[in-house]
Design a binder for this molecule. Structure first.
Ligand code: NAG
Ligand code: NAG
Ligand code: NAG
Ligand code: NAG
Length: 377
């Protein structure tokens, strides 16, 4: 009934063979096996990768997938909020759940971004936050942070395969979103709505009430994208007829990752073919194509796409500093002041790194006089 023909079906399923080039992966194998058991779908390549776009180095898909690593770090289903937007949580029980997928990666801005986003999501009823981190080892500090919000979550570690880190345009976040999709499929979350929300975006609370009742796929404007500072469907008489986006690049679906939501019942109709490819710039297009979506099925939101309810804000990235610890001191040294504790917190949250060799030398002041940090440790 659908007229798409050349849809590249890249498989999502990934046998859990971690890369061999580091010792930490040995115990990952066991963890991955335990955590994911047989739940994950292993789908083999049906088609081949399409060759749109000049920057794509086609890596054999089977090879790439067989080295994907996914670890479920923590799953938490308790919604411990008593009130949400001034109403008791029980008022919202009948709403469909929004599965909010956030790819993230370690950098000094990671924790502040997630705190800010978490505080937005605390105001959203019936939400399950899937946070997928681009790391090999679960970050336990992320677990404690996520627990503090009181909303249900799944914390996944899903490192991008090293083969993609060398590409000119790194397909950031793809391994994470694929891992989240795998989790949704293997846990049979076939009711509710899927949304991809990056950790640095800004979300109006009204966005959530707009997307929650998505029947197939809903679409809406995203602010601060590209040369027009917006990426939006074009809507006429309540129907989507095209896209306003400054980077068309042959994309049938010229939309941003934050510009659509998908009904999960609909997605499950295509669960054996739905995929997100490792192809920077084409993730949205190829994901939506793998769902056999037709333009006339798209539901425009945000008042027929006349309002912006989500912005692609980006925090300016700065490298974490290396701070030199005095020779007499390590991060685990006992300390009389707050400094060692604070330094450990900074190291753990990725804000700074501590070293004994190259970096900045920390100093403290006492009544305007500079003192070495060792003197107050
Ligand atoms: C995947 O891992 C195997 C070893 O398990 C290795 O031989 C192969 O080169 C890896 N493939 C990629 C694309 O990294
Ligand atoms: C979940 O919440 C209930 C009631 O609020 C509580 O009794 C239970 O211990 C919680 N479970 C976990 C795993 O925190
Ligand atoms: C998956 O979920 C749907 C809807 O909740 C349910 O009808 C179906 O039986 C479930 N399938 C499995 C295999 O659990
Ligand atoms: C969108 O446009 C259609 C057709 O003009 C109209 O019927 C509908 O009420 C509009 N929706 C909103 C939310 O404004």
């Amino acid at each position: 009934m659908k007229t798409h023909s050349k849809v590249p079906f890249l498989p999502l399923g990934s046998p859990m063979n971690p890369p061999k080039n580091s010792s930490v992966f040995a115990n990952k194998v066991a963890k991955v096996g335990l955590c994911l058991i047989a739940g994950l779908f292993t789908v083999y390549v049906i088609g081949t990768t399409a060759s749109i776009g000049p920057d794509y180095s086609p890596i054999p898909v089977e090879q790439a997938n067989s080295n994907d690593t996914i670890t479920i770090c923590k799953e938490y289903y308790n919604d411990t909020r008593q009130y949400i937007q001034d109403r008791p949580r029980s008022d919202y029980e009948d709403l469909p759940t929004i599965y909010f997928v956030t790819p993230t990666y370690p950098r000094r801005e990671q924790m502040p971004e997630l705190i800010r986003l978490g505080h937005t999501l605390m105001h959203v009823p019936k939400i399950h936050w899937i946070v997928a981190d681009d790391v090999y080892q679960c970050n336990v500090h992320l677990d404690s942070l996520l627990m503090e919000f009181g909303i249900p979550f799944t914390h996944i570690s899903s490192p991008m395969n090293n083969i993609y880190r060398h590409l000119k345009n790194v397909p950031r976040g793809v391994a994470n979103r694929r891992a989240a999709l795998n989790w949704i499929k293997s846990n049979n979350k076939s009711e509710g709505v899927l949304y991809f929300g990056d950790d640095d975006n800004t979300f109006h609370l009204r966005l959530f009430s707009e997307i929650r009742h998505t029947k197939v796929v809903s679409m809406f404007p995203v602010g601060l994208i590209g040369n027009y500072a917006v990426s939006s469907p074009v809507v006429r008489e309540g129907k989507v007829i095209g896209f306003l986006d400054s980077w068309i690049a042959g994309r049938e679906w010229a939309v941003d990752m934050a510009g659509f939501a998908v009904n999960l019942e609909y997605l499950f109709r295509y669960k054996n073919q739905v995929t997100m490819p490792y192809k920077a710039g084409y993730e949205e297009d190829m994901f939506l194509r793998s769902l056999n979506l037709r333009l006339e099925e798209v539901e425009p939101k945000a008042s027929n796409c006349t309002e912006i309810l989500v912005y692609h804000t980006q925090t300016k990235k700065t490298k974490s500093p290396d701070i030199i610890l005095p020779h007499s001191i390590t991060l685990s040294s006992p300390s009389k002041s707050n400094i060692a504790h604070l330094f450990r917190f900074m190291e753990n949250s990725g804000v700074s790194h501590f070293t004994s060799s190259k970096g900045v030398k920390p100093e403290v002041s006492y009544k305007g006089k500079k003192l070495p940090v060792a003197s107050v440790y």
